[in-house]
Design a protein around this ligand. Structure first.
Ligand SMILES: [Fe+2]
Ligand SMILES: [Fe+2]
Length: 245
């Protein structure tokens, strides 16, 4: 009898646990995966020290001011960046099928970048902002032109470049969130810090784990290239553009 009761109460406990877990999963889905940015849970503080250490230059006040003065352009270019991030990851997913780790991380990344794309599209729609033609800036091209052409070096370089793009996005969202007048948008940029800083770390860890050699030298090389693209004058204002010329 005692055993049966124990079993029963254990079963009940188990069931309760299951219900609680299901509720948690659903709550997470609502808060973290919602296309409606009003539903999102924004972390109080995300430690960006690794992002700042990784980057060779900080965004200037001039870029932040130009971005705020041209917010519709920055929002659309941000949407474009999310779409491109998913596209790049999808290309990697098809090209490098041998690594479970790579496939798993890329699949997650594509899902998250497409969600961000949908969220930013929603922001544009809410603001009554039409999609306009916008040429690609020099930033990604400026790094990709240094990509080695043989494998696995080409793959390692693309992953390192991916880490820089993600880290820079993170740094710029934090810079914009600090000064932006629109609290809803500022909150959304703060929400992005968590995933974009994880994307930076994922890309970097994948680059190291899939390389036979230590990648420090290659990271230092792209750190200098990226910092130059951010610090030197740039005639086109974009989400990842250089100093406003
Ligand atoms: Fe993203
Ligand atoms: Fe990302």
């Amino acid at each position: 009898m005692a055993e049966t009761m124990n079993e029963e109460s254990m079963n009940k406990k188990g069931m309760n646990k299951e219900i609680v877990n299901k509720e948690n999963v659903q709550a997470n889905l609502i808060e973290e995966d919602s296309v409606d940015i009003a539903q999102l849970r924004t972390p109080i503080k995300v430690d960006l020290s690794a992002v700042y250490d990784f980057l060779g230059a900080r965004t200037t006040q001039e870029w932040v001011e130009a971005a705020i003065a041209n917010l519709p352009l920055i929002i659309q270019d941000h949407a474009n960046c999310e779409k491109k991030a998913a596209g790049t990851a999808m290309n990697l997913l098809f090209r490098y099928e041998f690594s479970y780790d790579l496939q798993r991380k890329l699949a997650q990344l594509i899902r998250e970048e497409m969600l961000h794309y949908e969220q930013v599209l929603g922001i544009m729609h809410e603001r009554g902002q039409e999609w306009e033609y916008l040429s690609a800036g020099r930033y990604a091209k400026g790094m990709l032109k240094h990509k080695r052409t043989y494998e696995p070096a080409a793959m390692v370089d693309v992953l390192i470049i991916g880490a820089f793009i993600e880290a820079r996005s993170c740094e710029r969202f934090a810079a914009l969130a600090e000064v932006i007048d629109d609290e809803r948008l500022a909150k959304y940029y703060r929400y992005l810090l968590k995933s974009e800083s994880r994307h930076f770390e994922d890309y970097l860890a994948l680059a190291q784990s899939l390389s036979e050699d230590n990648i420090d030298e290659r990271v230092a090389f792209f750190k200098a290239v990226e910092a130059e693209l951010i610090a030197s004058p740039d005639t086109e204002l974009r989400f990842h553009s250089g100093a406003p010329a």
